[in-house]
Design a binder for this molecule. Structure first.
Ligand code: GLN
Length: 532
């Protein structure tokens, strides 16, 4: 397509209505029609990126190939589109202000008064348009975080107003709201939607399409009322009814013709609906699994499952490709002690020890590794989980009492996990870990190679500590072997215990690369091992 089309997705009434999923679903439908589509998230908080946020705040931090620490919605975008996002796909208010203030300090504004309009809004515009001009997408879907009416999102809404004007027919706004059902009166209510559209209008933005979240079917009457009060054609009032899985939303949106309305709005030819066969097959396997399997996910943030979003979704994908449903048993690492471990992990068929930072819950994680190793239960350790596996093995097999990671115990006599050389002088916290995609060369005789069927892989990282190569020979001799090595730096990226049924620890995060169409081989192989 010669000119990029920009679609803005705003939200009203309440947060958590699923703007990210609606954006990803629309993107999926347009992509299935052969367009090049990307999705961008604008986050209205002042953190420069979500990398320094506690997972309890916004859930998992997602990492892209180019090493951006981003909002977890980018994970959904990638899982739906099977296409990588990048630094440019997530922008926070903090980042916008940082770059404007840096420009001001350099004197780039030539003495002008620097203001929200035009300087902040120009910077937002630049970052939106970059995806169209530099990366040449046909459609750029920009999701505006927060809810219309928040003070924080005002500069973004103002930018949308300006862009709609500036880009004329090449920009449109989809507004997602809620139509609540009042049980007492047995009615669906449109007033909150009317109010939120009013807020948008006050900011000068007329939505082109309204997507209404609802738990009950909307009648034509209700749609008509919304259309009338909100200046939107009734055809463009679209229902988004609650469904049992997010992966069903693209199909529902296709039924509701959301993609067709978008094409019409841009005066693009509306061809036949794409069939989405692979997606439907995935959904069929998801809804009708032939078996189920219980796998423990051991971590310290399990009260907030969003903290492990990509891992949970990877299990959905890997489960479907094994025609089974993975029942995740969410295990708080602090609940695991010598006394409780048998009760808690006694019935699971696989154990995953999750990524993490800091010493809280460490000993429970190490205990979970020991249990998996001794009982020959399939085990996957991710990042800190892999480090726990090395620590456990060093303590209980090599007999290195008090072996630890120097992150957890600076004075450990055996720092089997130690800070990476390049990290030693790093003082700033944000964006300074070993981040993003690095190559890894696999040993042919390994579970990892069996899974990937490739000798050279690329996986995403987010860590400061690493297996201490000083202990490598000792570990190898005792039966824990490195089967994946970074060819440039010799860092150990994967360890396995060949004598065990399936024991794999990975320093990288496979969960960031699992998608519906391409479930991650490590997860597929792990789930398969738990079924045998
Ligand atoms: N805290 C560990 C490190 O920095 C592991 C990080 C992680 O699990 N993402 O190396």
């Amino acid at each position: 397509m010669s000119t990029t089309k920009y679609i803005f997705v705003t939200g009203g009434v309440t947060s958590s209505l699923g703007k990210g999923i609606i954006s990803a679903s629309l993107a999926k439908l347009l992509q299935a029609r052969g367009f090049k589509v990307t999705i961008q998230k604008l986050d209205p908080y002042l953190n420069v990126d979500p990398g320094t946020l506690n997972p309890y705040e916004h859930g998992e931090c997602f990492v892209t190939d180019d090493g951006a620490e981003t909002d977890l919605d980018l994970g959904h975008y990638e899982r739906f589109l099977n296409f990588p996002t990048s630094q440019a796909n997530n922008v926070t208010t903090g980042r916008i202000y940082k770059s404007v203030i840096e420009k001001e300090r350099r004197g780039d504004f030539l003495g002008k008064t620097v203001q929200i309009i035009p300087h902040i809004t120009d910077e937002i515009k630049r970052r939106i348009k970059l995806l169209g001009t530099k990366y040449k997408y046909d459609f750029v879907i920009t999701e505006i975080g927060g809810t219309v009416g928040d003070i924080e999102s005002l500069p973004y809404i103002e930018t949308v107003r300006q862009l709609k004007w500036e880009l004329e027919g090449n920009a449109m706004v989809i507004h997602l709201t809620l139509v609540p059902y009042l049980r007492a009166s047995g009615e669906l209510k449109t007033k909150p939607t009317q109010h939120s559209v009013k807020s948008l209008l006050e900011a000068g933005v007329q939505p082109d399409i309204l997507v209404l979240r609802t738990e009950r079917e909307l009648t034509e009457d209700i749609k008509g009322k919304v259309a009338l009060f909100c200046n939107v054609n009734i055809k463009n009032v679209i229902q988004s009814i609650d469904v049992s899985t997010i992966y069903e939303v693209p199909l529902r949106m296709q039924d509701e013709e959301l993609d067709r309305r978008v094409l019409e709005k841009f005066n693009l030819p509306v061809t036949k609906d794409p069939k989405l066969e692979a997606w439907k097959e995935f959904l069929h396997n998801f809804k009708e699994p032939e078996k189920t399997v219980d796998i423990a996910l051991v971590g310290k943030y399990v009260e907030l499952q969003d903290a492990y979003k990509s891992i949970a979704e990877s299990f959905v994908h890997a489960g479907c490709s094994n025609k089974c449903k993975v029942n995740i048993q969410w295990i708080h690492s602090e609940s695991l002690t010598q006394k409780t471990v048998d009760d808690i992990l006694g019935n699971v068929k696989g154990i995953l020890v999750a990524p993490g930072f800091g010493h809280r819950g460490m000993e429970g994680k190490i205990l979970a590794v020991k249990y998996a190793r001794e009982k020959n239960i399939p085990f996957l350790g991710i990042c800190l989980g892999m480090q726990c596996a090395v620590i456990e093995f060093s303590r209980n097999v090599l007999g290195l009492e008090k072996a630890n990671s120097s992150e957890m115990d600076e004075k450990t006599p055996y720092p089997v996990i130690d800070i990476m050389e390049e990290q030693k002088n790093v003082l700033e916290k944000g964006g300074t870990m070993r981040l993003g995609s690095y190559p890894c060369k696999l040993e042919k005789k390994s579970h990892a190679f069996n899974a990937y069927q490739e000798e050279l892989i690329n996986e995403r990282h987010r860590h400061r500590y690493e297996l201490n190569n000083k202990y490598l020979e000792e570990l190898k001799k005792a039966g824990m072997v490195p089967v994946g090595i970074n060819p440039e730096t010799n860092l150990v990226e994967i360890i396995e215990i060949p004598k065990h049924k399936w024991f794999v620890g990975v320093q990288f995060h496979p969960e960031y690369k699992s998608t519906v169409i391409k479930p991650h081989p490590i997860f597929v192989s792990f789930v398969k091992a738990t079924l045998e």
